[in-house]
Design a binder for this molecule. Sequence first.
Ligand code: NDP
Length: 483
Amino acid sequence: MSNHHVYINGTWHKGNEEKRSIINPSNEQVITEINDASLQQTREAIEAARHAFQYTNWPADPSYRISVLRQLADLLEKDTEKFAYIETINTGKPIRESRLDVSDSVQCLRYYANFLEQRTMTEKKMADGTTSKIIAEPIGVCALIVPWNFPLLLGIWKIAPALAAGNTIVFKPSELTPLSLLELTKLIDSIGLPPGVFNLVPGGGSPVGETLVTHPHVEKISFTGGTKTGRWIYEQCAGSLKRVSLELGGKSPLLVFEDADLDNAVEWAMFASFLNQGEVCVAASRILVHEHLYDSFIDKLIKRLDSLHIGDPLDEKTEMGPLISSSHLEKVETYIQLGLQEGAVLLRGGERIKEQGYYLSPAVFVNIHQDMRIVQEEIFGPVITVQRFNNDKEAIELANDTIYGLAAGIFSRDLERAEQIARKLRAGTIWINSYHTPYVDAPWGGFKQSGIGRELGPQGFTAFTETKHVNISENGKPLGWYQ
Ligand code: NDP
């Protein structure tokens, strides 16, 4: 890879002198070294995006933006294997999951191209005979900031609607996982967008991320990451009333009712909890099981856990890879110790399982109290708690009793009852008898401290627009003050 990793105004630049090692979490080897964007380059990227928005032919007409999104989708699809490989060596996620991320990214680009094509402007005849047009306009310079768990997919969830709406972009990947975004930027470069429409500034939360958040010429922050960082960003944006979307953490419950198909529920619980090593914002980290099924649920869960394929994420059979970094592994281990100190019983897992790589066996805690920190705080790894409940009321109370509200799963054969329960759960996405699938045409985001705003679907587009009302009078006569 060339040593130019900063993309500003349509040109690649060398970043800081200092090099950052990008590590493969499955073997702890250095994949490559990156020169982060400097503070000065971050500011230049913002000015380039501002200039492109104000003085070039961008946002051009929608047909051009549609063709950009479709070209990018085609290029990405053609390079699926390459992107999946890069994502896997950089994040440690199993290769089959990386392919899904690429395919979901392609779908997202096509969805917003089609959305733009089918969109019609709202025009209304008003009561006084005038005509009103309601126009969705781009906001301007948008800073897009993503975490390390789904670098490409979460990046595309922002890039596609931001470009569709006609904004200009300064993008910051996580310092741990910039590789797929560097590769994506090469594809964007090859399409030949006007210089400055898309800019890439790899680097840490400080100074690159903080500069984006606090700079007066950035008009919108779209952030996915931890709740603590999200709160800080929200505070910074309050001063200037900068537009802000936050997709934050979660502590999502999966509820198994007494009439559920047990084998099915166990299989879904495994997937819901341990996909991407549990490093998923919507991961089902709290399993709530009706007491009639509880013992058999635990038996089956443990059997299934023992057959889980954990290992080299490039191996097609692998179901779970390593955690992202040694410091994150240590953080997750701290929670396992904390759970034991709090009096929970560790039924399985929570151990390092290879000499090389940040592997941890999935941990299952029982003997749980609702006020334990392992129940209330996001661990963001393969650690779950399994609790019993007696009736629907108790299940709902336990499910809703955290500061988070990102997602939930319900397992029951009675769909009418499941829908009633769904209405009472305080979360942005509820899956009934399934889990995890993000639908590109349905909104994604959180209640409570899991975020503000929604991505995907029409809502994801609206988040990158300002609404303008233009009222037209054919031959407006002066009203006079009191007529
Ligand atoms: P962080 O909040 O630490 O970081 C997220 C991104 O923000 C990274 O690019 C990071 O940069 C950057 N950042 C950190 N500090 C600042 C700052 N002060 N100003 C601007 N940018 C900053 O989260 P993690 O990367 O640790 O990701 C895990 C978290 O993300 C989890 O809590 C998870 O719940 C959440 N998440 C939410 C999702 C959702 O859809 N709701 C989806 C996926 C994850 P750098 O890493 O380079 O320091």
